[in-house]
Write a protein that binds this ligand. Structure first.
Ligand SMILES: Nc1ncnc2c1ncn2[C@@H]1O[C@H](COP(=O)(O)OP(=O)(O)OP(=O)(O)O)[C@@H](O)[C@H]1O
Length: 535
């Protein structure tokens, strides 16, 4: 899938929207030309000592209202179009994300991937809402104004043709300077923003080591940088507007002087036309300024397009379903695997675990114990050999099957947004009886009942001790009543007393299940277990 393909598919699926957008832009360009033309008629009539009808005055008013309505409609349509397009691109990115291999997530930092969805996604939104489409609309507006000016006064048209490029480059110069200042300001603000939570987090240490002055100076520096950047922006702003207004006045003056000095073939205008031309000249500056911004947005989006395209070009993960073992054993059959295939973590590893067995993997750090769990849970495919998890090929396990087959408890508890119940169910619809059964088995039901709203208490890690968080993790693993429990050094971060409590809770919840645990210390074992040493 390429960006072009996504855009083409979007356009095909949103034909009506595209037509509406074109019609609204056309109407907006057309109606923006009307008020000066009606004004021209009114002034000409007044100049010729003729009265103006109420209808003519009303039509001037209506033209202004109509032009504003269509301009608002155009902006709304462009914004919605941009958001719809961004939605289509973000959806394609999400679909791609779900097709990527686990290796991709190891090779790329979380922030890097996140930035494709957030920053690059936003740049695409700006590209379509404040870039391409708006630029087309502004170009049409500019061309239409030029055509009307040329029909009324060739001289003024030529004059504007000569000065427009200068105005454009001046506008671009001012915009670049403004942007540079804004960027510097944003950077300084971002530094302050990231410093605030850090300061709060380290407040005790700052006071403890009397580092207040240092922190104050750091804030001072960033705020000063922000202030200087804003100042630079203000200077450019204060130059830009007067230059544009003066240019407008000079153009009007030149037009008047030439018209009055007898260059009638080029500048000859009725009074009404002169008034209309002044209005049109004023209208040229706004689309010109917009086009500069829009070009800038498009340039900024080109890097985002490149990032998104690179992401979309990543190879999809099609894990090979390669198990031939159909019994309920957990089986590693001559498995070779390495995160980098050139550097295998283990080679030809074989073992069989029968249903109901308790096995502890031991071995030196880095031997590959956690890697075995990653292979068993289907996060990776072996480079060679076969893996069977109670008759299933782990990588082929369907999402809805996973929790029924195995429950995984890791060293640290990872909370999810929501209530305490959500920590256990992970948003799946387990009944209260199932949740309570798991809690009862762990002797954890009283703690949960004592919470302000029981299971429906909003989750806050401060509600629980480290050991209690691990009990929550075990409840999460066993609520689906899986036949296999995978325990990855679950008591590694706990003191001896808490460890005992967790181990006894585990003993209760392991009955009737196959339990595979990873342990550095045999004392962490939940009971008599077969030891498999990974070398
Ligand atoms: N995502 C990864 N990408 C690349 N290499 C990795 C990755 N995860 C682990 N490794 C490497 O694979 C080897 C095995 O790691 P693993 O975590 O399985 O060992 P372990 O036996 O569980 O170690 P420990 O007892 O310290 O937790 C190590 O050399 C480790 O550096």
């Amino acid at each position: 899938m390429t960006m072009n393909k996504i855009v083409q598919t979007f356009m095909k699926q949103n034909k009506k929207w595209m037509i509406l957008l074109i019609v609204v832009i056309g109407c907006s360009v057309f109606t923006s030309l009307l008020p000066p033309l009606v004004l021209e008629r009114i002034v000409n009539r007044l100049g010729n000592q003729r009265s103006i009808s109420f209808l003519l005055a009303l039509s001037y008013f209506l033209c202004i209202v109509l032009a504003d309505i269509f301009e608002s409609l155009q902006n709304a349509c462009i914004t919605i179009f941009g958001q719809k397009m961004t939605h289509a691109i973000r959806s394609a990115l999400c679909q791609k994300l779900s097709r990527l291999s686990p290796q991709y997530f190891h090779a790329h930092k979380a922030g890097e991937i996140e930035s494709i969805f957030t920053n690059d996604g936003d740049a695409i939104d700006v590209l379509y809402s404040d870039g391409i489409v708006s630029m087309i609309a502004d170009c049409f507006k500019l061309i239409a104004i030029f055509i009307v000016i040329f029909t009324r006064s060739k001289g003024l048209g030529l004059l504007l043709l000569v000065i427009t490029p200068f105005l454009y480059f001046f506008t671009r110069w001012a915009q670049k300077k403004m942007n540079k200042a804004q960027l510097a300001n944003r950077k300084a603000i971002a530094r302050v923003n990231s410093q605030v939570p850090e300061t709060i987090r380290c407040m005790r240490m700052i006071h403890g080591f009397h580092a207040e002055k240092y922190m104050e100076n750091t804030y001072d520096k960033y705020i000063q940088e922000s202030y200087q950047a804003i100042d630079q922006g203000n200077i450019i702003d204060s130059i830009y507007s007067p230059v544009i207004l003066i240019t407008q006045a000079i153009v009007t003056a030149i037009m008047m002087i030439f018209a009055a000095s007898g260059y009638r073939s080029l500048f000859g205008l009725s009074v009404g036309s002169a008034v209309a031309m002044i209005a049109y000249v004023a209208n040229i500056f706004s689309p010109l300024e917009n086009i500069g911004m829009e070009i800038q947005n498009m340039q900024a989006a080109s890097a985002a397009i490149h990032h998104i395209q690179t992401f979309l070009n990543e190879t999809d993960w099609h894990p090979e379903v390669n198990t031939t073992i159909k019994n309920n054993d957990i089986c590693f059959d001559h498995v070779t695997f390495g995160y980098d295939p050139e550097k295998p973590v283990f080679q030809n590893l074989s073992f069989t675990i029968h249903p109901g067995e308790h096995v502890t993997f031991v071995g030196r750090t880095g031997a590959g114990k956690s890697t075995i769990f990653r292979l068993l849970t289907g996060l990776y495919n072996p480079d060679a050999g076969h893996i069977s998890l109670a008759g299933y090929c782990p990588v082929a396990l369907k999402p809805e099957e996973r929790r029924n087959v195995f429950g995984l408890v890791e060293q640290d508890f990872t909370s999810v947004p929501g209530t305490v119940r959500d920590q256990i169910t992970l948003y799946a619809s387990y009944k209260d009886e199932e949740i309570n059964k798991a809690l009862l088995l762990l002797g954890f039901e009283q703690t949960i009942e004592n919470l302000p709203h029981g299971l429906d208490t909003p989750m806050d890690e401060d509600l629980f001790s480290k050991g209690q968080l691990q009990l929550l993790a075990i409840a999460r693993a066993i609520v689906s009543n899986p036949s296999i429990l995978l325990l990855d050094e679950i008591t590694a971060n706990l003191d001896a007393q808490t460890e005992d409590r967790i181990l006894s809770a585990l003993r209760a919840s392991s009955k009737g299940r196959t339990v595979l645990s990873i342990s550095h210390r045999l004392s962490q074992s939940i009971g008599p277990a077969r030891i498999i040493e990974i070398k």
